[in-house]
Design a binder for this molecule. Sequence first.
Ligand SMILES: [Mg+2]
Ligand SMILES: [Zn+2]
Length: 177
Amino acid sequence: MKLAIFDRDGVIDDNSVCYYVYRKEDFKFNPGVVHTLVHLTRQGYCIAVVSNQSGIAKGVYTLQDVNILHDWMTDELARQGAVIQRIYVCPHHPSVSNCLCRKPQPLLLEKAMSEMGAKPEETFFVGDSDTDIKAGAAAGIRTIKVEPNGDLYRQLREQGVIEDRGKRIEESLKSKV
Ligand SMILES: [Mg+2]
Ligand SMILES: [Zn+2]
């Protein structure tokens, strides 16, 4: 099973205005996200999200707030043809209590692979912070760093994660001239 895992804040949604995104009024998809997830869904990828949500431990919002937001987010995406299978959340913060699941620890990435039946070599992870890169490295999977809140599709295409079919056709036409 091919598996694509994404960090949430800064990758899926814009966190440049609001640091703690837990209400749908504050939730804005980053450019290219829907395009990317639809593309991967069509390519037969399983898609998962792994997110640190320390605002829960700090009492800024609750796990229920996050679950409601995630239900809304996955419905919005599904309506457009992008299927997120599973979202893994670490609700902890070291200032409150230690845990084994907060990135840069690889536990939630490993859990996603195990639950989706994906081998590390069939999996990639996209994140926007050093914490993500460390977690991906510790899980032994291909890890791609993107600019926070940038165009996800464009960045993944530039980094060779997503193939641009339009471009490929154009090039094969060019080579025939
Ligand atoms: Mg992030
Ligand atoms: Zn945790």
